[in-house]
Design a protein around this ligand. Structure first.
Ligand code: NAD
Length: 504
């Protein structure tokens, strides 16, 4: 069993200086103090307050939306794709130059191990801005001659052009803010949209660095606006705002549903990246040396606080005990601690509330008859640390196999019949991700195709890249982010018909 150290680590000078500064909103290119409720930000590893952030008032939200509209109708809307791409590429470079600071602030804000925070900033933010900077010069429509509609002697040509949707309201969660923001900001701005970004009230601080770098990159004032705020008031007001043309949301399924309801007023477009209950499937012919640690990390990475968490492990009956014991042994060895400690693998839960929610699920699992295989004793620390727990004997109908925990709780289920396996996998409201572990390519492909989710890995879990569309099926979301589809989500098509040679 691994020993854990819960000593907190003093942030470096640059991070301390950042925390000691003002934490403002960015509206129309100006930093202004939020006039709404106070957001007290704590470090989840210590439960100590690290910042006091002013949320936007409703008037300030209106001002941010007006600034975005003015930029859409003005300088940003008129700018060439080439020039937008140059600014986005410069933003990527600046973000990369500030990677240490952004990653450290992410860790202080939400508790992620520093190594994970660095990966998020580099691969889900810097590289995304670079990728979409390239797309800004490659937005194009189509042209064709329709087969009906032209009169005799007349030529008829249709050209489609792709136009930005307009003003985007982006609402992001706390679990990986730089990545969640970049997944919306980079394609929206590349498409020529302007935006108001709302940070998550539990981890708002990295958003502010994005705001500062936007100005440094030469970004047009008002094209990117940043507001802090609580979900129910500022988030809800954004979803219902008549001046916003589209909401791009990442968060829970319950809130996604509220956003859809609030968006009906002006029938704004909505894309949703929501929760998941993703399966990891291990067949007897899998490479166990790779599959066992990967199955553990699929669930426990980010202390289970990630949307793609492989929280249901389906193991073939022939290898059930070997896999279950291997996963438990690996999970017990994971070092829990302050994310700033270099060897930490599992940081704390985001809040005392989230920790209590996770603990409640472990109790529910036991009450439902699941068998505890690994339980981590309560951790004596002011931080919100919680270790992994693993249950065997889980059946598909149990709450622990149906509901998203968003914490380090793994349910192990066994199978021997493929049809029953697929029915169990697809028998939750979610369809976000999943992985299949086997050395038989036909099995891999057959099962991957039958899993109803936005992405499936074969001998890998949770792979992402800027080029690869990402999103969920059913109650895991609407639409896709990343790749070309991620850009399309910010464009609308106009068909222009040319009648050539019409006689009056
Ligand atoms: P959450 O839904 O509670 O909050 C997300 C955001 O929505 C926050 O900014 C919050 O302020 C805002 N919000 C809350 N209530 C609102 C309302 N009524 N109207 C408008 N906005 C509102 O989610 P969370 O706890 O921050 O994040 C965890 C959830 O996010 C999990 O369910 C997880 O699966 C999901 N998630 C999904 C993805 C994905 O890409 N599919 C990625 C990360 C997280």
């Amino acid at each position: 069993m691994q020993t854990h150290t819960f000593q907190s680590v003093e942030p470096r000078e640059a991070a301390l200086a950042f925390l000691a500064g003002r934490h403002d909103l960015l509206i129309g290119g100006e930093f202004v103090a939020g006039a709404g409720r106070r957001i007290i930000v704590e470090n989840p590893a210590t439960a100590v307050q690290i910042a006091d952030v002013g949320a936007a008032s409703l008037d300030q939200l209106d001002a941010a939306v007006s600034a975005a509209r003015a930029a859409a109708n003005g300088a940003w809307g008129r700018m060439s794709g080439r020039d937008r791409g140059v600014i986005l590429a410069r933003f990527a470079d600046l973000l990369e130059a500030n990677l240490d600071l952004v990653a450290e602030i992410m860790t202080l804000d939400n508790g992620s191990p520093l190594s994970s925070s660095r990966m998020v900033v580099k691969y889900l933010a810097v590289e995304l801005f670079r990728y979409y900077a390239g797309w800004a010069t490659k937005i194009s429509g189509d042209s064709f001659a329709p087969t009906i509609g032209a009169r005799p002697g007349q030529d008829f040509l249709v050209a489609t052009i792709r136009e930005p949707i307009g003003v985007v309201g982006a609402i992001v969660p706390w679990n990986a803010p730089p990545g969640m923001m970049a997944m919306k900001m980079a394609p929206a701005l590349a498409a020529g949209c302007t935006m108001v970004m709302k940070t998550a009230e539990l981890a708002p601080l990295t958003g502010e660095i994005f705001g500062r770098l936007w100005g440094e990159a030469g970004g047009t004032a008002g094209a990117f606006n940043l507001v802090h705020g609580f979900g129910e008031d500022i988030g809800g007001a954004m979803a219902g705002h008549a001046g916003i043309d589209k909401i791009a949301f990442t968060g829970s399924t319950a809130v996604g549903r509220k956003i859809v309801e609030a968006a009906t007023g002006n029938l704004k477009r909505v894309t949703l990246e929501l929760g998941g209950k993703s399966p990891v499937v291990i067949f007897p012919d899998a490479d166990m040396a790779a599959a066992i640690p990967a199955a553990a990390m699929a669930c426990f990475l980010s202390t289970g606080q990630q949307c793609m968490a492989g929280s249901r492990l389906f193991v073939h009956a022939d290898v059930h005990d070997q896999v279950a014991e291997g996963v438990a042994r690996f999970a017990a060895s994971l070092k829990i601690g302050d994310g700033l400690q270099p060897d930490t693998v599992l940081g704390p839960a985001i809040s005392a509330r989230q920790k209590a929610r996770i603990e409640a699920y472990a109790a529910i699992a036991k009450a439902e008859g699941a068998v505890p295989l690994l339980e981590t004793p309560a951790i004596d620390s002011p931080g919100h640390f919680i270790g992994p727990s693993i249950f065997t004997g889980v059946t598909p109908d149990m709450r622990i196999a149906q509901e998203e925990v968003f914490g380090p709780v793994l349910s192990i289920l066994h199978f021997d019949d493929e049809d029953e396996l697929i029915a169990a996998i697809n028998g939750t409201p979610y369809g976000l991700s999943g992985s299949v572990w086997t050395s038989h390519i036909q099995t891999a492909l057959r099962v991957a195709k039958r899993i109803d989710s936005g992405q499936v890995g074969i001998n890998i879990h949770g792979a992402m890249s800027p080029e690869t569309p990402f999103g969920g099926n059913r109650q895991s979301g609407w639409g896709r982010e990343l790749g070309r589809e991620g850009l399309d989500a910010y464009l609308k098509t106009k068909a222009i018909s040319f009648a050539i040679g019409v006689k009056p």
